[in-house]
Design a protein around this ligand. Structure first.
Ligand SMILES: Cc1cn([C@H]2C[C@H](O)[C@@H](COP(=O)(O)OP(=O)(O)OP(=O)(O)O)O2)c(=O)[nH]c1=O
Length: 191
């Protein structure tokens, strides 16, 4: 039995380490992440996490862990910005209001899949041009849903959250521990 992290996200590897877990293998899935026409943020995140878990090649006893983090502004899905212009547009949309961050986690062992969602509310303060431009210049928006990472410089833009900090970062520890345990992975053995 091996633990396979199906993710290219360095944050997910770090958060697993925080849980005392080191994956035997990291195999990032390659799936189409485009939302379907009219697809809402919650079903989208849940679908992607499952599709990622199914796309990772694994033996029947291996435990595969995948997740998807989606920023939702009402019915709108904000994914990873393609470039600085899109990151600026996302941050401008998010500034001065609350949004949701959904991280869906899926664990697969053989044909069985266990899945859960972590939902957090995040408030972003109003942003000055200096803040926005400074953040864009940092490049930290790259590869992050909604164009920001709460764990980095953008933490200064976020006065309030309700939910799970690790969920916003990409892997909610409580839900992940529960799913791994359900799938038979001994979460506390290595602690
Ligand atoms: C909102 C937010 C997202 N993120 C990151 C977590 C995820 O890596 C990324 C969302 O993209 P995902 O598609 O969930 O994950 P990924 O493409 O990085 O990796 P993989 O699909 O291989 O698992 O955004 C932060 O690091 N901090 C934040 O505050």
């Amino acid at each position: 039995m091996r633990l396979i992290l199906g993710s290219a996200s360095p944050r997910r590897k770090e958060i697993l380490a925080q849980m005392g877990l080191v994956p035997d293998l990291i195999l990032p899935p390659d799936i189409d992440e485009d939302p379907r026409k009219g697809e809402l943020p919650h079903p989208y995140a849940a679908r992607l996490a499952r599709e990622k878990a199914l796309a990772v090649p694994a033996g029947p006893e291996d435990v595969v862990l995948c997740a998807d983090t989606t920023v939702a502004l009402g019915r709108r899905i904000l994914g990873k910005p393609a470039d600085a212009g899109e990151a600026a547009a996302f941050l401008t949309l998010l500034a001065g209001r609350r949004h949701e961050v959904i991280t869906a986690v899926a664990v697969r062992r053989g044909d069985r899949i266990w899945a859960r969602e972590s939902v957090s509310a995040v408030k972003v303060k109003r942003l000055s041009d200096a803040e926005l431009n400074g953040y864009l210049a940092s490049g930290e928006w790259q590869g992050k849903a909604g164009g920001y990472g709460i764990q980095g410089l953008a933490g200064a833009f976020i006065p309030w959250i309700s939910g799970s900090f690790t969920g916003i970062m990409g892997l909610p520890v409580a839900e992940t521990a529960a799913l791994l345990t359900a799938a038979g992975w001994p979460v506390w053995r290595q602690a």
